[in-house]
Design a protein around this ligand. Structure first.
Ligand SMILES: [Zn+2]
Length: 496
């Protein structure tokens, strides 16, 4: 018997509780609660043009098949070798390229979609406090629908795992969006105990540490393990040493991770040298907050000596090219990506948020990361397409501490899969699928997406929500939020 997959919800946006009540959401834990054995759910994606496995040998299997049982990959290989495997459902994957689901290591999921695109470019970085002002007035229901739309976009374009670096206000409520969409997420609560230019709430150190611990205890491992919860002190410049140490202690104690914004301005670097006699990364090492469970996001403003510190401590990184280039960050000059990779660091990709990336598409991030350093260093061999794809998959999973479970198509791993439909002009001609994937394709050719063994997107359509109804709902939420805050931003051209 095949496990039920939610299909064809039309006309309304279903509330997750209704889905559960209707038995349309059978996670393994649901079976457990009912005291039943989860049925073997076997799907075969058959005869793919290529399966890009990202396994240790980086095999690309032509005319390949992938067999899924329950939440995991049961077989991967040549179609003819797997033709005998009996399955409940065969999905014709001819003309498809199958990749692992992509990992997005830094994506503020909850707040930007309701007002995405409102800031004209001439506002520069002054848009940022307005983002947080808007977020501050969001209700639970608004955050749920806005998150749902952002996750819909991520999934439709092939991202199956992402980290929200602590900006979701109502995780309790949004957990329903994570359940409904079937996504894999790392969540948490960002904390600060120092006044900051972003206007983020400042807690006492003790309260901030308690907030982090409560979130980890409550959410880590939820939804069949699809949810992880990490310690998320916002940035070293906004947190005391005591808070940073406390967060690292909690990450160690609960076996999770810690993430920090690490986008170091020259002012911050100068202040660090003046106050501590050390560069920021050297100081973080000294106070004991670097290590193998620490993921630093953005990674701008370091020098080679800091890269060596980060590599030596096993610290991990996520770079965010779409946001960096739009923000004029000079990423290819102040972000030492080729050096971090050469030093053996696990580095993944992120997209930050809907107002500075603005499309949440891994293909765009892969493309940018593959071309930025070629241009800046006048070296066409810098960051090859294969490296960009590694950063979106297996290396990105490593940067999130999840590479034992996801990031490649290998027997025993979680079945997070993306099928690209190559029957379109931009995919042709097709001889080297990695080059085409990174340089030609975009997320619009994502045809089918499976997460944790469940098909969540099929024939380009999300199966968990009526997308158009949701879009209209979130547009209304955005209009309402602008009215409530009194904020408005004129288009640079007259809208008549
Ligand atoms: Zn961020």
């Amino acid at each position: 018997m095949r496990r039920a997959v939610l299909v064809g919800v039309q006309g309304i946006i279903p509330h997750p509780h209704d889905l559960l009540a209707a038995g349309l959401w059978p996670a393994a834990s649901d079976y457990e609660q009912r005291g039943e054995k989860m049925p073997d759910a076997t799907v075969k994606f058959e005869g793919a043009r290529y399966v890009i496995t990202m396994d240790l040998q980086r095999r690309i299997i032509s005319n390949g098949s992938v067999v899924v049982q329950g939440q995991r990959i049961l077989h991967v290989g040549k179609s003819e070798e797997l033709s005998h495997v009996q399955v409940d459902r065969v999905v014709d994957a001819s003309d498809m390229v199958i990749t692992p689901g992509f990992c997005n290591g830094h994506m503020h999921i909850s707040y930007a979609h309701a007002t995405r695109g409102i800031f004209p470019d001439d506002l520069g970085s002054d848009y940022l406090p307005n983002v947080f002002k808007l977020q501050a007035i969001m209700t639970e229901e608004e955050e749920y629908y806005t998150s749902l739309l952002a996750i819909t976009e991520l999934l439709k374009y092939g991202t199956t795992t992402f980290m929200d670096p602590g900006s979701t206000k109502y995780i309790d409520h949004c957990i329903e969006a994570y359940r409904q969409t079937g996504c894999r997420i790392i969540t948490g609560v960002h904390v600060t105990d120092k006044p900051n230019p972003l206007g983020l709430p400042v807690s006492t150190t003790a309260d901030a540490i308690e907030t982090v611990e409560v979130a980890i205890k409550k959410f880590n491992g939820q939804l069949d393990g699809r949810v992880s919860a990490w310690a998320m002190p916002f940035a070293p410049s906004m947190c005391s040493d005591e808070l940073l140490r406390g967060c690292k202690f909690l990450a160690d104690k609960y076996g999770t991770g810690m993430t920090l914004h690490y986008n170091n301005s020259q002012n911050y670097i100068d202040a660090s040298v003046k106050e501590t006699g050390m560069l920021p990364s050297q100081y973080l090492e000294k106070i004991g907050v670097l290590g193998e469970n620490v993921t630093l996001a953005h990674m701008l403003g370091q020098d080679m000596s800091e890269v060596q510190v980060l590599a030596r401590t096993g610290s991990r990184a996520v770079v965010v090219p779409t946001a960096a280039v739009k923000g004029g960050a000079g990423m290819a000059y102040t972000g030492l990506l080729p050096e971090m990779l050469a030093a053996g660091m696990a580095v993944g990709l992120g997209t930050d948020a809907g107002n500075n990336s603005n499309l949440l598409e891994t293909n765009r991030a892969m493309y940018l990361i593959a071309v930025l350093y070629k241009d800046a260093r006048q070296d066409p061999k810098s960051i090859p397409a294969e490296t960009a794809l590694e950063m979106a998959t297996i290396r990105g999973a490593e940067a999130l501490g999840l590479s034992n479970e996801v990031g490649s198509i290998e027997v025993g791993k979680k079945a997070d899969l993306v099928l690209y439909d190559t029957r379109s002009a931009e995919w042709q001609t097709l001889f080297n699928p990695v080059n085409n994937l990174v340089y030609n394709a975009d997320g619009r050719s994502v045809h089918t997406v499976m997460v944790d063994g469940k098909i969540m997107v099929e024939d380009h359509e999300p199966l968990f929500v009526n997308e158009w109804e949701l879009i209209q709902k979130v547009q209304g939420i955005g209009e309402d939020m602008l009215a409530r805050t009194g904020l408005s931003f004129q288009s640079r051209w007259p809208i008549v």
